[in-house]
Design a protein around this ligand. Structure first.
Ligand code: PRX
Length: 643
């Protein structure tokens, strides 16, 4: 474990230095209400709130509300309020898959595009409170579509373009969406993704009233009469003004589906006021935002990072945000840095998996470009190993740009643990310290709080404005998933170490969630996709460490009696997972196993499966409760081909 400390670089003149951070932390501690009301002033409210946090994590009195008596509209905060002073400032720089192709939208243009979209949604009968699915590439119209929903009070649910039609169908059914906004096709790394055709396939299960299709490639796609509308065909007739709904602070803003340790993905619900305050504040604090910055977060809007740090956080702060529709290795491994130089990017935020993939290609593709515009680097999505951190710092940042390792989750709405780039000395591999108002706590497996330098399960003891409010349609599941493991605490699902300096080191998930290249995948989902194959009797899925992806999937599959596994069946099973979930969940390894290690009561001992997948051959602990102890040797023999 690295214990190197990198001080804040001398010439990094942040707005928030150690003294300012200290004052901020003290203000929150001495007067939380006053602190949060101060943060609420970042926004423009139709009615400024008088209440700040009103919450309890106890079962009898369970509630989470922030700024509940306030009223506001988020598209107004992202757009209208900037028009007078900064209407001509660039809001979004669209960088297409093809280098240099793309365009810029000023705040005024994005405002007009958003109003057009909002008017079209209204024409199609979409009202406040209705759900709208967005299944789009990383094009500015995706941001406009999100903001249009926010403008009329519809609840958006963005689905990453890599998810399959079955996944789209499941989400549409879960939230009973009335409309889908999509594009004819997406383009990634030169490959075309048939988004509209996927939507059509999803809607075979359950139709919606409207499908709005944005033109990205101009591909010829089937259009269903009465349901489908081509956005480009109607765009010019749509008004560029649309009145914004005054939303209650606790009205839902969006639903974002994410995987958990059990069952189907759950619809994480974020509401308007608290999410907005948290997105605006954290963007400003962590990225030391200034008016002339060009901010590039490489995440897709299909993930929470794209919601908070491509769209809402930057736009609420009046920033210029890059929307990148490509991949780091197309047309070659210099793509990020070529783009940084061309667009003058000053703040660059990406995932450890991308950093590791680039690091493997050596320094040359980085050094080929100047990167002198960059002043701050960030990472998110999974633990970053110290070697990758050091490479990012030394090679990409030339040792002059702070690196903010930001820990957070879909559920948290925005960053919770991160350095302040101008105030927090960095330790490679540590997300450092909680932001003001964030109260982390480590507990043992019984829920007893652990003090000082120690390791345990990471919980949060107090609510913060950006916290999710419920699981769509299943409030009980919300409580059960996050608040029932340790009474009175929000349980993150992560393991964590705290060192002598109070720095937090996230070690990864301690539940049955796998983080493949920063994408969150539930073992239960992959297992149910595998057992849907007619030859499969049973499946168990675990993670193993992977050099680039962080973690990858090892699937143990037991076939029906008399069936035999082989390469063809492996391909079929992979195909099955792609069909049910998407390519991102397809197992790296499929091991055909005669049986799975079960206790006498029939419970699968995943601990053993994990160890075998990690390449261990001994030290399986107590196996005496196994119904058939010889199964371990059989599994070890089967795993040899992967080592
Ligand atoms: O395990 C943690 C890991 O990603 C999980 C959350 O995944 P998701 O909801 O998809 O959100 C990802 C983007 C915010 C966490 O429970 N994780 C996220 N950021 C970090 C991290 N692990 C270590 N260090 C991080 N900086």
């Amino acid at each position: 474990m690295s214990e190197t400390v990198h001080p804040v670089p001398d010439d990094f003149n942040a707005r928030i230095g150690p003294a300012e951070l200290d004052a901020l932390l003290k203000a929150e501690e001495s007067d939380p209400h006053g602190h949060w009301m101060e943060q609420a002033k970042r926004l423009q409210w139709t009615k400024f709130p008088e209440q700040s946090g009103d919450w309890s994590f106890d079962e009898d009195d369970f509630r989470i509300n922030w700024f509940a008596d306030g009223k506001l509209n988020l598209s107004v905060n992202c757009l209208d309020r900037h028009l007078e002073k900064h209407g001509d400032r660039t809001a979004i720089i669209f960088e297409a898959d093809e280098p240099g192709h793309g365009h810029r939208y000023t705040y005024r243009e994005l405002y007009e595009e958003t109003c057009r979209f909002a008017n079209l949604l209204k024409q199609r009968g979409v009202h406040r409170g209705n759900r709208v699915m967005i299944y789009m590439p990383m094009i500015p119209e995706a941001a406009a579509a999100m903001l249009a929903c926010a403008r009329i009070g519809a609840i958006h649910s963005v689905i990453f373009g890599g998810f399959s039609p079955e996944s789209v169908a499941g989400r549409i059914a879960d939230c009973d969406a009335c409309a889908v906004i999509t594009a004819d096709e997406g383009v990634r790394g030169g490959k075309h993704i048939p988004l509209k055709r996927n939507v059509d396939a999803a809607l075979e299960h359950r139709d919606v009233q409207s499908v709005i299709v944005v033109t990205r490639t101009g591909a010829d796609v089937p259009m269903k009469d009465g349901r489908d509308v081509s956005y480009s065909a109607v765009r010019d007739q749509l008004s560029t003004e649309c009145e914004a709904e005054a939303m209650d602070a606790e009205d839902p803003l969006f639903i974002l589906y994410t995987s958990g340790s059990t069952g189907k993905p759950k619809g994480v619900v974020h509401t308007t006021g608290g999410y907005a305050v948290w997105a605006a504040a954290t963007f400003d604090w962590v990225f030391d935002y200034r008016d002339d910055d060009v901010f590039w977060c490489t995440a897709d809007v299909g993930w929470i990072t794209g919601h908070t740090y491509v769209v809402y956080g930057p736009l609420m702060n009046g920033a210029t945000s890059v929307m990148f529709d490509g991949v780091p290795n197309f047309p070659d491994f210099g793509r990020f840095w070529e783009t940084v130089d061309r667009l003058g990017v000053t703040i660059f935020y990406t995932a450890p998996t991308a950093i590791r993939a680039l690091m493997r290609e050596g320094d040359e593709p980085v050094k080929r470009y100047s990167r002198k515009s960059i002043r701050l680097l960030g990472t998110v999505g999974e633990p970053i190993n110290p070697e990758a951190w050091e490479w990012y710092w030394r090679v990409v940042g030339d040792g002059r740009c702070p690196v903010v390792d930001t820990w957070w989750q879909t559920e948290t709405g925005g960053i919770l643990i991160s350095p302040f780039p101008g105030a927090t000395p960095m330790k490679p591999g540590s997300a450092t310290k909680p932001l003001p108002g964030v109260k982390p706590l480590l507990v043992d497996s019984e829920g007893k709080e652990l003090h000082g330098a120690t390791s345990g399960n990471l919980c949060i003891s107090a609510s913060w404005p950006g916290q999710m409010r419920t699981v769509w349609g299943d409030h009980r599941r919300f409580f059960e998933t996050y608040f029932s493991t340790y009474r009175g605490l929000y349980f993150t699902g992560d393991g964590c170490r705290r060192d002598e300096d109070g720095y937090y080191w996230i070690t990864g998930r301690v539940d049955d969630v796998i983080n493949v290249s920063g994408h969150r995948i539930g073992t239960a989902e992959v297992e149910s996709a595998l057992v849907a194959h007619p030859l499969v009797a049973e499946a168990a899925v675990v993670a193993f460490p992977h050099d680039i992806k962080g973690q990858a999937i090892h699937a143990y599959v037991t076939l029906n009696a008399g069936e035999e596994g082989g390469e063809d069946l492996r391909r079929e099973l992979n195909q099955q997972v792609r069909k049910e979930i998407g390519a991102l969940a397809s197992p790296e390894r499929i091991q055909f196993a005669p049986t799975l290690p079960k206790t006498r009561s029939g419970k699968i001992m995943r601990r053993i499966l994990r160890k075998i997948a990690e390449g261990e051959t001994a030290g399986f602990g107590d196996t005496s409760t196994l119904a058939d102890p010889t199964v371990v040797d059989q599994l070890l023999a089967g795993a040899r081909e992967f080592q």
